[in-house]
Design a protein around this ligand. Structure first.
Ligand code: SF4
Length: 313
């Protein structure tokens, strides 16, 4: 009588949920596909990343479905929480990415890829062998929440050129309240430090586009600018001050109010944003990218389900 294979369980991210990642036993992140496959919501030329990522022709964005962090205020909720998207084999994902390369993408931008960190290096190796890549290789961008383990990041050595991690919260209480992850602040800082070990220097091309390095993003939330001050203080103690810092004000309220968080039902004020920007400058960060008020618009959020409403911060 054949012995049934032991179920394979996933402990890839800090959630360490141990799920089998099957339809009947999906991960906390929502992953329920076979062990070599992906679930992808959208593959597109993205023009609303930072200018040094999107350039003039757009960033080749691959929006993975699901997320291990799942913030309550997520701007990409239809794909991060609701698991919208299609299952793609590695070959199908390669074919989709080749269309981006042929469309002129400045880079391949892997958005919310953390729950696929185990298989992405193997997939990238195959991608880099196809003629379209060999003809015009581009930087690979890892665009994540930073809710990742140092081991998971170390596994990306040699595969990823640019890291675009968020640092979302400084307070364990806020991280618990808004993402159910009280361990987020130290975990994310350790992940960012692991990224800096792989790509310590930000290198820009003559065209102004980022070729390699780490750019840390922080979205200032309405009503939580004091936590944002602590975010930039923690960063100032933990990373070199020349590390590029992208401070974002693009928070857009969702259609459905978040229970218990009336402060998140509005846009950020200029005053709140300015407190954080000034603090980062005072702390000595030398490469800060700020945003203009007009960027607080759902145009920054790709239209996955036409559920986000436009507006200004
Ligand atoms: S990557 Fe997903 S399935 Fe794996 S431990 Fe994290 S949440 Fe669970």
């Amino acid at each position: 009588m054949p012995i049934a294979p032991q179920a394979r369980r996933c402990f890839l991210c800090p959630r360490a949920c141990g799920a089998e990642r099957t339809e009947s036993s999906p991960g906390f992140c929502g992953a329920d596909e076979a062990w070599q496959d992906f679930r992808v919501a959208r593959v597109m030329l993205h023009h609303w990343e930072e200018p040094f990522i999107s350039g003039s022709r757009g960033s080749g964005a691959v929006f993975f479905s699901g997320c291990a962090l799942r913030c309550a205020f997520c701007q990409n909720r239809p794909i991060s929480h609701d698991r919208g998207g299609d299952r793609l084999s590695p070959a199908a994902l390669t074919a989709a990415v080749v269309t981006l390369l042929e469309g002129g993408a400045h880079n391949i931008n892997l958005v919310t890829p953390s729950h696929y960190a185990d298989r992405i290096p193997v997939w990238l190796e195959r991608l880099k062998a196809v003629p379209a890549w060999q003809t015009r290789p581009v930087p690979v961008v890892w665009n994540s929440s930073a809710y990742e383990t140092p081991a998971s990041i170390a596994g990306l050595s040699g595969s990823v050129d640019v890291f675009l991690p968020d640092l979302k919260f400084a307070s364990p209480g806020l991280a618990s309240d808004l993402a159910g992850a009280p361990d987020y602040p130290p975990v994310a800082l350790a992940a960012i430090q692991a990224m800096l070990r792989l790509q310590p220097d930000a290198v820009f091309g003559s065209d102004g586009l980022l070729r390699r390095g780490v750019v840390i993003r922080h979205l200032v939330l309405p009503g939580h600018w004091r936590d944002s001050l602590e975010v930039v203080r923690q960063l100032a103690r933990s990373v070199p001050l020349q590390t590029p810092l992208s401070l974002m004000c693009q928070y857009t309220p969702q259609e459905t109010r978040l229970a218990g968080h009336p402060e998140l039902d509005r846009r950020l004020t200029t005053w709140e944003y300015r407190q954080v920007l000034d603090a980062a400058l005072d702390l000595g960060f030398t490469n800060i990218l700020g945003q203009e008020r007009a960027s607080a618009n759902s145009a920054y959020t790709p239209d996955f389900a036409e559920r986000l409403r436009p507006g200004r911060c």
